[in-house]
Design a binder for this molecule. Structure first.
Ligand code: GAL
Length: 377
């Protein structure tokens, strides 16, 4: 009997040490990015923050993204927006659910709705974190095409949902100097499908699907979204609390179907990377540049080079991160979607290389931030 207890005690101790070891392995420090591979968080669980965006605050990066669940229906919002934090961009701590979907089926963000591409910015005036996302109402597939907004006093949340709507009802586009007559909308005589959708939606507000939020050096924020049945991107000014739109917006690359917009600024030039519109399947990325946020934007082709460049290495853009404190250092972030098992979606983070005002994105099986010391001129 004593022997039995002794053996059981030994087995328990062995189990305990194995668990400690496993936990230690799970939390092993990562020192590089491995695009397209599983990316374990501090608990050893693959990061669940798809279609995400980053926010940098006081030495810490926060990554917000769609929490997916397993299986084919896993792209619907069954949980909410997941948040992670990191000091070095390689190792991420699970901070939990920042915005939870509602159990109330009549709520705009009801469990089972579609809530995509969340992006968080900090507003100094109201001293709050503001989260924007693409929202589709429960059971309506992609019909609603709304922008949703939630706020929080704390970066990791919990965020409180405020409202969802289609932006800028009643407003016509802003045309920067240099816009050709051919690019202007005439709702008496819409000249193509895209203009037609624009005119149809003037009254109720423009459709807002794939999106991003960009805060400029002067503190002004802009909401960039796929409008007009995804035919055109709108770049819309936000109000000074970042919780609404002002009515001033430009149309970008009208009629050419661009999704997955990500904006950044380098040496006074605005860069915009997006994708075509093929759902979860990858397509060639496209980029644009402009001297003013409202354009005119110049189409510059595909920024990706090398093998699989024509499918963005299997991914679709979601964000471009300016790395804090590192000059000329921008990371292109994309999602490799896995619609049959949404939770298994992977992240493709790659360095952006500048060649004059040209950009290039090349594949790396693994890399770390020191590549910027070598590649950027
Ligand atoms: C993609 C879009 C994703 C998601 C998907 C649904 O094109 O970028 O965010 O909306 O379509 O099919």
């Amino acid at each position: 009997m004593i022997k039995f207890y002794k053996n059981a005690l030994l087995a328990t101790i062995a189990c305990f040490f194995m668990l400690v070891l496993l936990n230690f392995t799970a939390a092993a420090q990562q020192k590089q990015f491995t695009p397209g591979q599983l990316w374990p968080d501090d608990k050893g669980v693959h990061i669940n923050a798809h279609g995400g965006g980053l926010l940098y605050q006081k030495g810490i990066y926060y990554w917000f993204g769609e929490h997916k669940i397993a299986g084919g229906a896993g792209n619907r919002a069954m949980v909410g927006v997941h948040c992670y934090s990191s000091k070095d961009l390689y190792n991420w701590k699970d901070e939990g659910i920042a915005l939870a979907v509602s159990p109330d089926t009549t709520n705009d963000i009801a469990k089972g709705c579609i809530l995509e591409r969340p992006k968080v910015v900090y507003n100094k005036k109201i001293k709050k974190y503001v989260m924007w996302f693409h929202l589709e109402l429960l059971g309506q597939s992609y019909k609603a095409a709304r922008a949703g907004v939630a706020i929080s006093d704390k970066v990791t949340g919990p965020y409180t949902f405020i409202r969802s709507y289609r932006p800028n009802p009643g407003f016509m586009p802003y045309y920067p100097t240099g816009t050709s007559d051919a690019d202007m909308v005439n709702c008496e005589h819409p000249k193509n499908k895209s203009d037609g959708f624009f005119c149809r939606d003037v009254h109720g507000g423009q459709m807002a699907r794939d999106m991003n939020v960009f805060v400029d050096d002067d503190g002004k924020a802009y909401h960039i979204f796929s409008a007009e049945e995804n035919f055109t991107l709108d770049i819309a000014e936000m109000n000074d609390t970042y919780t609404g739109h002002t009515g001033k917006f430009a149309r970008v690359y009208a009629g050419h179907q661009t999704e997955a917009p990500a904006i950044f600024k380098h040496n006074g030039i605005y860069y915009l990377i997006g994708s075509g519109t093929t759902g979860w399947a990858p397509n060639p990325a496209r980029w644009f540049s402009a001297k003013s946020i409202y354009g005119p934007w110049t189409y510059r082709g595909n920024p990706c080079v090398g093998k699989d460049a024509e499918i963005t290495f299997g991914g679709q853009s979601t964000y471009v991160l300016p790395v804090a404190g590192k000059k000329d250092t921008f990371i292109f972030m994309a999602d490799k979607w896995t619609p049959k098992d949404a939770i298994d979606g992977r992240y493709i983070w790659l360095p952006i290389t500048f060649k004059g005002d040209n950009i290039e994105i090349s594949w790396f099986d693994n890399w770390d931030l020191s590549v910027f010391d070598k590649t950027t001129k």
